[in-house]
Design a protein around this ligand. Structure first.
Ligand SMILES: CC(C)CC(=O)SCCNC(=O)CCNC(=O)[C@H](O)C(C)(C)COP(=O)(O)OP(=O)(O)OC[C@H]1O[C@@H](n2cnc3c(N)ncnc32)[C@H](O)[C@@H]1OP(=O)(O)O
Ligand SMILES: Nc1ncnc2c1ncn2[C@@H]1O[C@H](COP(=O)(O)OP(=O)(O)OP(=O)(O)O)[C@@H](O)[C@H]1O
Ligand SMILES: O=C(O)CCC(=O)C(=O)O
Ligand SMILES: [Fe+2]
Ligand SMILES: [Mg+2]
Length: 338
């Protein structure tokens, strides 16, 4: 009796939503599972069943390849990351393995403005304060939806996009992060990227091509930019310029999680401020390394190995896999493969 009454209520709702089929649906007495399957008809391909993401969020990620979570990192934590970054730039702390990168326009000019010249730091896995970002429970809670419970932090960055020098070199060309990674499967890799201040088109926000994570890894090369391109800032050689682009406007603390095949980049910084974001690429510890010989990734392997060899190699040969094995850190569960 109760069931008939709720079916009648449902019939009324369905008729409102869909006047033509509402009555027919009522005579069929849909179960709640059937109702759910109308709204979410297929299983999800890119996230795991762990009840953390809503069906709407899982559907959004499946379709778009990214998911933006508002206000995930507190202002106090961001302040601490800022302070630590300043200390690193001022050389008050030395971090083993850390790479400090200057914008190409600044690095190649004679006027170097000290810490103001730093465009990003990479590989801060040995810095306890910055690495806290990669272990934050509220971030890992989401990461686990993509990687599963055994989680490696593979690549860390604090990006300090400088005011553009006039050469447009502050742009980051459109690319897929998987180009840099010799591990798979891609679906078990995810980037977390947190805005450390409001980021919009004026200071060079992330630009994404929604849905491109469903495609394959594309050939990447240096873009043909007159004003110069930063070292290793490869871009997708050919992508459909007519695909819709979405500019991700984010407030301080907002965090976007995105798939490593999602084509993305960032525009130039037209402001006088240094636009800051902190990020970590995570992978399931169960991922495996691949040999990139004979693939489109050979060009980046060559550049990375050359730099690593110069910095650390001496006479021992270093492989691309080595450079990742030494940087990866377990942040949850068990270190199995990577
Ligand atoms: C998913 C994720 C991985 C995606 C990405 O992050 S994509 C971008 C990845 N980029 C990188 O990994 C770049 C890492 N950067 C570095 O390793 C360093 O910054 C280096 C480029 C090696 C330079 O460092 P370092 O050697 O300490 O700097 P020096 O001032 O001594 O310069 C040595 C030679 O490098 C040049 N250089 C420095 N910074 C840049 C730059 N931004 N772009 C292009 N060339 C650059 C510099 O002019 C100098 O060249 P020469 O005078 O020897 O010809
Ligand atoms: N000629 C180009 N080739 C490859 N990538 C480009 C080119 N021009 C811009 N991009 C990249 O496209 C992305 C966004 O560009 P977009 O035009 O949205 O930014 P912008 O020009 O800096 O700012 P806006 O358009 O908001 O004024 C950035 O990653 C940028 O580096
Ligand atoms: O501009 C940014 O902060 C994004 C940079 C980026 O996509 C990358 O380093 O892989
Ligand atoms: Fe990227
Ligand atoms: Mg533009």
């Amino acid at each position: 009796m109760q069931e008939a009454a709720s079916a009648a209520r449902l019939g009324t709702i369905l008729r409102h939503l869909c006047p033509r089929t509402g009555a027919a649906a009522l005579t069929a007495f849909p179960t709640s599972a059937q109702i759910a399957s109308v709204k979410h008809p297929v299983e999800f391909h890119y996230t795991l069943d762990n009840n953390i993401l809503t069906p709407e969020q899982r559907h959004f990620y499946d379709e778009n390849g990214y998911l933006l979570i508002k206000n995930l990192v507190s202002g106090e934590d961001i302040e601490r990351f800022r302070n630590q970054f300043a200390k690193i730039c001022k050389k008050e702390v030395q971090v083993p393995g850390l790479i400090i990168m200057r914008d190409v326009a600044i690095a190649k000019s004679e006027f170097v403005l000290d810490q103001k010249a730093v465009t990003k730091v990479q590989d801060f896995q040995e810095d306890e304060e910055l690495f806290r970002y990669c272990t934050m429970p509220q971030i890992l809670k989401y990461v686990e939806c993509f990687t599963g419970p055994n989680i490696m932090a593979m690549h860390t960055m604090l990006i300090n996009k400088p005011p553009d020098s006039g050469k447009k070199s502050s742009r980051h060309p459109m690319h897929q992060d998987l180009h840099y990674f010799p591990f798979r499967p891609a679906d078990h890799i995810v980037c977390a990227w947190t805005a450390m201040e409001r980021i919009d088109r004026s200071n060079g926000c992330l630009v994404v091509l929604p849905g491109t994570h469903k495609g394959s890894l594309k050939q990447h090369d240096y873009p043909d930019w007159e004003g110069g391109v930063n070292k290793m800032y490869h871009g997708v050689r050919d992508y459909n310029k007519n695909l819709p682009r979405v500019h991700l406007v984010m407030e301080k603390g907002d965090t976007v999680f995105f798939h490593p095949l999602l084509i993305h980049g960032s525009g130039m910084n037209r402001t006088q401020g240094f636009r800051k974001a902190i990020s970590c690429h995570y992978a399931s510890a169960g991922c495996h390394y691949i040999d990139v010989k004979g693939t489109s990734q050979e060009n980046i392997e060559k550049e990375v190995v050359e730099i690593a060899q110069r910095k650390y190699g001496g006479s021992t040969p270093i492989t691309l896999k080595d450079t990742w094995m030494v940087r990866g850190r377990l942040v949850k569960g068990e270190r199995t493969n990577l």
